[in-house]
Structures are given as C-alpha cells and as structure tokens.
Design a protein around this ligand. Structure first.
Ligand code: LP5
Length: 251
C-alpha cells in the first residue's frame, strides 16, 4: 500500500495534530511501501540550521518508519520550501520535485503541492516567483537566523491578512492551469494539496483531480492499493490533546 498526505502544518502549538500524525505513522505508515508528503508538512521552515527539538523528534519518527522498509518522499510546500538535505538525512526521506510523476495503482499520476496551480492569485504567484528564485533562495538561506525568523513571521502575518480579503475562487486552483498542466504531463490523475479543499473532482476526458485536505480538526490521506486510489478522512482519536486555545499560529 502507498499513502499520501499533505498540509499537516506541524508545530508545537498543535499537539493534537502531532499526536494524530504519530498515530498515523505507527498504525498505517510502518511496513507499507511508501509515504508521500506533498508539502506544508511543517507550519513554517526557516532553514535546516534552525531545526528545533520538536522538528528533530518528527524527523526521528519518520526515520523510525523508514527503518521498517517504508520509502518516504517529501515535497516542498509554500511554507516549508527551505527544507533541505540535512532534515532529509535525519528523517531518512527523499526530497521529491514539484511536480513529479509516479506510478500509482498501475497509472502515471501527477503529484504537486498545488500552490503553483493557483494562477488567479496574482500577488501570490508574484511572491512565489521571488521566493523560489535560486539567487533569492541562496540569499535567504544565508541570512542570519533572527532575520529569517522575523521575515517569516512578517510574511505569515501579511499572508493571513491578504488571504482573508481574497475571493474563494482566487485562492483555489485555476481550472485552465489544471487542464494545461495535466495535458503537458499526459496524465489522467492529479493529486495535490495546498487549497485545504479536500475532494475528488471528476474532470472531462475521464480525468480526475484528487485534493488532499489539511490536518486541522481531522486529517486526510490518500490510500493507494493495487487497483484503487482513494481519498479518506482521518478522524483524530479522542485521546489526542486539544489545541491550545491561545495559539493563533494555526489557520
Ligand atoms: O500559507 P497559506 O496557505 O496561508 O497562504 C498561501 C499564500 N501565502 C504564502 C506565505 C506563507 O504563508 C508564509 C511563508 C513563510 C515562509 C518561511 C520561509 C522563508 C523564510 C525567509 C522569509 C523571507 O505562501 C497566500 C495565498 C494562499 O496560500 C492561497 O493560495 O493567497 O499568498 C499570500 O497571501 C501572498 C500575498 O498575496 C502577498 C504578500 C506580499 C508580501 C510581500 C513581502 C515580500 C517579502 C519578500 C522577502 C524576500
């Protein structure tokens, strides 16, 4: 079996999500063929040189799963695109390019984080172009830690304010872009996250777009068997700790 997840936004302020994720690893991901994490695994990542004890414990949990034979693949999201090789070595996982094509249930499937499909969100696409420019990435990686922390905090704040003002259609994927990207890669199935709108969309030409949900009051995952690709909700067990009500960093 192969599992896919996205948009967990892991951070210390949400022990309920962390607990559910650790249970997911233990109960479902160990001894399976592969686990794909399609971006925004962490709430924010400012560089491998700033790995916190919390993030290190998550890397250890992934590494424990990898030790059972599960291949772990990690794609960057718009919040954690600075994850690098150091984290991947700790977690025993492999960075996966966005987009990537993989063979799932006998079919070529396109995997993406999904943010690059939101082409109607002009200000975000502009920001993305700046932040993913190799020269800017080099500069960002070499800024002092405190500067990166401040910039990341400012950016999160600006993003929250700006996203609240945007129409729902703007922050969703652009349908023409989806059609173009799927045609370019010659696939009938696309799986992505980012939009926090879990669904299976049947598209014309017997195509489909599967959207992984973010983990908040429940989780989401895609389960792939030899013949089926299914989107499934993951209710959090009652035993997990509730989020800290004073925590404002979650969406
Ligand atoms: O994340 P989410 O889903 O809430 O919102 C996204 C888009 N926002 C972002 C920004 C991230 O939330 C924060 C990224 C933190 C990265 C940390 C690492 C970098 C460390 C160093 C810091 C420089 O991706 C949001 C989309 C939304 O998805 C839906 O698709 O709308 O986009 C925005 O809100 C962007 C605004 O529209 C434009 C904000 C302009 C800010 C200009 C500041 C320029 C700073 C440049 C620094 C080099």
């Amino acid at each position: 079996m192969i599992l896919l997840i996205s948009d967990l936004h892991l951070h210390e302020g949400r022990p309920d999500i962390t607990g559910a994720f650790l249970a997911f690893l233990e109960q479902r991901a160990k001894h399976t063929q592969a686990l794909y994490i399609l971006g925004d695994f962490f709430e924010v990542w400012i560089g491998d040189d700033a790995i916190s004890p919390f993030q290190r414990s998550i890397a250890q949990a992934l590494s424990d799963v990898a030790a059972t034979g599960t291949q772990i693949y990690l794609m960057h999201g718009n919040r954690d695109f600075l994850i690098g090789e150091e984290f991947c070595e700790l977690a025993d996982c492999q960075l996966l390019k966005d987009p990537s094509i993989v063979q799932l249930a006998g079919e070529r499937v396109l995997l993406m984080h999904g943010d690059s499909l939101c082409t109607s969100d002009k200000s975000y696409i502009r920001l993305r172009r700046v932040l993913r420019n190799p020269l800017i990435l080099f500069i960002l990686r070499n800024l002092p830690l405190s500067t990166r922390q401040r910039l990341a905090g400012d950016l999160r704040q600006k993003s929250k304010t700006s996203t609240r003002m945007k129409a729902s259609a703007i922050t969703d994927v652009n349908p023409e872009e989806v059609t173009k990207v799927m045609a370019r890669h010659k696939v009938r199935t696309l799986i992505h996250g980012h939009t926090h709108r879990p669904a299976v969309h049947d598209l014309s030409g017997d195509k489909r777009r599967i959207v992984l949900g973010d983990w908040d009051t429940q989780g989401w995952f895609v389960k792939v068997s030899a013949t089926r690709v299914e989107l499934q909700p993951l209710p959090f067990a009652d035993t997990t700790t509730s989020p800290d009500p004073s925590d404002e960093s979650s969406n």
